[in-house]
Structure formats: structure tokens, C-alpha cells
Design a protein around this ligand. Sequence first.
Ligand code: FEO
Length: 163
Amino acid sequence: MISDKMSALLNEQMNREFFNSKLYLSMATYFYSINLDGFARWMEQQAIEETGHAMRLYKHIQERGARILVGAVTAPPTEWKSPLAAFEDAYKHECKVSKEFDELVAKAQAAKDNATLNFLQWFVAEQVEEEASVDAIVQKLKMAGNSVGALMILDQKLGIRGK
Ligand code: FEO
């Protein structure tokens, strides 16, 4: 049986993951607005993954016999000053999400809630991958600098995600 405190924390994280999905969907629309459709499709796939993260939490809360509480989702930003600025924001955001999971792990450890601890391990591993994949794009955008050609190649490559 999960404690009320732990189920509240998991509910909070579930709602944050729904926000993450909206954030990346908003970034996708920003990329469409500047005619970088490949970047936009990459962001759409990221948004789908984030909904998947939220649904993992949703299912876990349900399986543990607690009440799922779907909350309001804050509107994400809609504009960024450049593709690099958007991906730098995404990277900072993923680092923040990693800290959120570290805090959840610490709380599950303190509560001796091994079922939650075990469940959270998937997210801990996923965050390593999330940070790395976004950072790799940040680095490529930095290398591309002001080269429209390099940006177009990157746009083509990123557009393959999910195909
Ligand atoms: Fe579900 Fe990218 O954090």
C-alpha cells in the first residue's frame, strides 16, 4: 500500500510530465513557425514520449491502489529567440526533471517504499538518455552557428525521428 504522501508526490510528477509534453509541443509549433519542420517533428516525438512518462506514473498510481488526480497544466512558453535558445531551454528543463526524480528517489528511500523506488529506477535511467540526446543537439546547433546549410542538414536528420 502506498502512503498518501507518496501518491501525492507521484501525482505531482505525473502532472509535471503532462506539462513537459505541452512544453515540447509548443516548441514544435515554434519550429514550424520558422520553417524548420524536421526540428518540429523531433519535438512532436518528444512530446509523445513525455505523455508516455505521465502515463507510466498514472498506471503506477492506479496499480498501487491510490487515486489519480489529473490537474491543470500551465501554459508553456510559445516563443524562443533561436533554435539554439529553444534546445538550451529543453536541456535546462531536462536537468530540472532529473533533479525532480532524484528528490522522489530520496523521499521513497526515506519512506522505505521499495515498490516506488523500484518503479522510479526506469525514470532515473531515462533521464540520462533525455539529457544526453538534447545536449547532443545543443552542441550540433552551436557548431552550426550561422550556417543555414548546416541548419538544413540538421533539420533533415532530426525529422527522421519517429519515422
Ligand atoms: Fe519526462 Fe523529459 O522528462
